[in-house]
Write a protein that binds this ligand. Structure first.
Ligand code: SF4
Length: 414
């Protein structure tokens, strides 16, 4: 086996119980310059220094007060860079995307990191791995089964799972131990929710159902209150329930949790819907026995959503939300912004083709749309933000592109 060559081998230590590295390798300062050079942006720093506002005369630019890399993404990127530096001679794999941002995943690919699953998947599978290999678990974690498979291959495991995701796991595990079915507000195919649901089924009799939105929650509530049969549940949620799910048995005692990046207002409404349905079925005085709720939206998601809401006070003519098209939290920022201004979700500045054409993704859509004449004439007030997985550089380059298309310069005196 190739041994690490870096002289800080002992500075990061594996969890003595699991053998997994969960705290990096003590090389944060060593990789900080590379990370800053890859992702930071002077334009964004200038806006932050100017109270998140840039006055270019006829073009007024506003930046959300909370945007871009969250604490979980900071950690995942940091540990990934540390891992590359720690093991320069070993093959390094990610189970899937480190975070939902194409630019960051591309950078890791450039650094020689390979992918076992997801859209960047190569030809190597878990069964091809050996103890010489290093595998990084991404910010949204991995399923119990996947981690066991990797351990069985004897690889070195580096875990970057965000603490807020682990918080959700603990919550649903508690529900399972106490005999409550977890209602997980999320997308059943999202990596985080796959990991969360796997924590439930570790427990004998542990059950879950993943509810995407209020429409699906309503179907669940209609079953609880006797308005639709069990078959309706099994048809609609065929891919979103634990094995051998029995609606009659498993929808009597419910505990609500969320994928950390959902729209918090919707999560609260879904919890209220479930509570009311159970109260109707069993009586309000029986709720203690039948209902649990715990808001597991992470604080970073909440802060970015609050900042997006606050921008609604700025009389914006246009909002550009920058982030991966598969980024759940970025998509929800667009939903908020379009309640008060024309808003577009772009992955990066390359989607701003010209003043007449912009390629973007609508919330909930699977494909890319083309907007024509999307940039109104000056004078103009434009808001920008980025999701929790969006590098500042991607936001800054989008700002630079809009300034250029408006025929202005960032060097104009303010
Ligand atoms: S969005 Fe929240 S849960 Fe996800 S990585 Fe960031 S802080 Fe963690």
């Amino acid at each position: 086996m190739t041994q690490p060559t870096h002289d800080k081998t002992l500075s990061g230590s594996a969890d003595p119980k699991t053998g997994i590295y969960r705290h990096g390798f003590g090389m944060k300062e060593d990789v900080a310059t590379s990370i800053a050079s890859d992702y930071l942006c002077p334009v964004v720093e200038r806006l932050k220094a100017g109270d998140f506002h840039l006055d270019l005369g006829p073009l007024q630019i506003y930046l959300a007060r909370e945007f871009g890399f969250c604490y979980g993404v900071d950690k995942a990127v940091d540990y990934s860079y540390q891992t590359r530096r720690m093991f320069p001679d070993r093959r390094i794999f990610l189970t899937t995307e480190i975070i939902h941002n194409p630019g960051v995943n591309a950078r890791l690919r450039d650094m020689g990191v390979q992918f076992l699953n997801g859209q960047y998947k190569g030809t190597t599978t878990v069964n091809d791995l050996s103890p010489d290999d290093v595998v990084i678990l991404p910010a949204f974690g991995a399923s119990v089964q996947e981690i066991e498979q990797l351990k069985a291959r004897g690889v070195t495991l580096v875990d970057t799972t965000c603490g807020s995701v682990i918080h959700v796991w603990k919550r649903v595990e508690k529900y399972a131990r106490e005999g409550f079915t977890a209602i997980i507000h999320g997308k059943y195919s999202h990596e985080e929710t796959i990991g969360t649901s796997s924590r439930v089924t570790q427990y004998p009799g542990g059950t879950y159902i993943v509810v995407r939105n209020k429409d699906e929650a309503q179907i669940l509530c209609d079953f609880i209150t006797g308005k639709v049969p069990a078959e309706t549940i099994m048809q609609r949620f065929a891919n979103a329930v634990s094995p051998d799910f029995d609606p009659e048995r498993d929808l009597q005692r419910l505990g609500v949790a969320n994928q950390t990046t959902m729209l918090s207002s919707e999560s609260m409404e879904i919890a209220a819907m479930a509570r009311d349905a159970l109260a109707e079925r069993y009586g309000a005085d029986q709720l203690e026995t039948h209902f649990r709720n715990f808001d597991t939206i992470c604080s970073a998601t909440q802060e970015r959503q609050d900042a997006m809401l606050a921008m609604g006070e700025m009389n914006l003519d246009l909002v550009l939300v920058v982030g991966g098209f598969n980024s759940s939290n970025t998509g929800h920022l667009v939903e908020i912004a379009e309640t008060y201004a024309p808003s577009f979700h772009i992955e990066d500045a390359s989607y701003i083709v010209s003043a007449n054409e912009l390629r973007h993704k609508r919330p909930g859509a699977t494909g890319i749309d083309k907007a024509v004449n999307w940039l109104p004439p000056l004078p103009l007030r434009v808001g920008f933000t980025g999701g929790a997985s969006t590098p500042n550089r991607a936001v800054g380059q989008a700002i630079e592109r809009v300034v250029e298309l408006c025929g202005l310069s960032l060097n104009n005196p303010e």
